[in-house]
Design a protein around this ligand. Structure first.
Ligand code: MRU
Length: 346
């Protein structure tokens, strides 16, 4: 099932809040619909959010009814709304910047229909690039995976979090395709349960062996020697390699370090934000307390208990063995080695 699909005048989104119980689609017909779907996490995962926002931008232009002169100012409003949805994944801002650049390059194009066409083409290109990059990233990551491996992952960095194939799960898919004997341990990933609801479902759909564990079991599995390597995705990687990813990633990285287990981050270079010197600069989204107090409307805690709900944490670069990108595997020191790959074509 496709995470997102452009239908010419609307964007079809697989509603991830309903998985794995129901597989239902949302038809987003306006940029507001798209912003709502990102905010409510009906579509989530850094690269998927980026591509979705790009189509949201295109939908804004498609629905615009004013003159050519007024378009740029209107699109600033559209972009600001889409940017306001989620703060941590840099791919959202990266994709919207590409859309804004396309609009700027089209400033001499008088015909609105032509401008709209260029914007849809750019959104298609962002989506196509994502598909292509994930395959490349998967191949690079596969080189790090032994012929027989138990891989622990957190959250969902699979095809559901991207346009297709996935980043961390892209590496898993490439290793399976190469004939390796792979077993995945999926952390359930409290409180939104992306691991339980999405990673477990996605891998089972593909017939890849997966075992679900509660988040607090990872340390024990490592102690028992059941984990060969950890691979996670990323929402934003700072210039020094510090990595923001789903809350709980930091704990896993420290555990992996203590147990001498390699800990890899798999992400396209669009997730690297050289403007952020270190992890302390990365904005961390805080979500509503009810995500912890309830599950799908069922109370699991006292209704009025105070809650702190950061959606992401930052793993210091010193705990990351390597960063797997579409341009190859980057080793520490990241601040030096990022500069080398950022100029290299993929
Ligand atoms: O809050 P989410 O579900 O959007 O968080 C997703 C993650 O943290 C993923 O690991 C990350 O975006 C990488 S997805 C390829």
């Amino acid at each position: 099932m496709k995470t997102i699909e452009w239908l010419g005048d609307s964007l079809r989104i697989l509603d991830q809040t309903k998985l794995p119980v129901e597989s239902v689609y949302l038809w987003t017909k306006s940029y507001e619909d798209v912003a709502g779907a990102i905010e409510h996490m009906q579509v989530r995962g850094a690269p998927a959010i980026g591509a979705t926002a790009a189509y949201g931008f295109a939908l804004g232009a498609l629905a615009y009814e004013g003159s050519r002169e007024g378009l740029d100012a209107y699109m600033e409003k559209v972009s600001a709304r889409l940017e306001s949805t989620r703060p941590t994944a840099v791919n959202l801002f990266w994709a919207l910047r590409r859309m804004q650049d396309t609009l700027r390059e089209a400033r001499s194009v008088e015909d609105l229909a032509e401008v709209r066409k260029l914007l849809v083409q750019e959104a298609d290109k962002i989506a196509d690039d994502d598909r292509r990059m994930n395959r490349l990233l998967g191949e690079h990551g596969n080189a790090l995976v032994p012929p027989k491996a138990a891989i622990l992952t957190h959250c969902n960095a699979g095809s559901l979090a991207t346009v297709d194939y996935g980043t961390a799960l892209g590496v898993v898919r490439a290793a399976v395709a190469a004939g390796k004997e792979i077993k995945v341990y999926a952390d359930e990933t409290r409180p939104f349960l992306q691991g339980a609801r999405l990673t477990a479902w996605e891998l089972m759909q593909d017939g890849i062996p997966v075992t679900l564990i509660a988040d607090n079991m990872a340390g024990f599995l490592m102690q028992q020697g059941k984990v060969d390597l950890v691979i996670v995705g990323a929402d934003r990687i700072a210039a020094n390699g510090d990595t923001a990813n789903k809350i709980g990633t930091y704990s896993l990285a420290v555990l992996a370090h203590v147990h001498g287990i390699p800990f890899y981050v798999a992400a396209p270079t669009s997730t690297i934000d050289l403007k952020m010197a270190g992890g302390q600069d990365i904005p961390i989204e805080e979500r509503a307390g009810k995500e912890i107090r309830e599950f799908r409307g069922i109370p699991v805690a006292p209704a009025d208990v105070p809650v702190y709900n950061p959606a992401f944490d930052v793993t210091p670069a010193k705990y990351i063995t390597g960063i797997i990108s579409e341009k190859g595997v980057v080793s520490p020191p990241y601040s030096v080695n990022f500069l080398k790959i950022m100029v290299r074509p993929s």
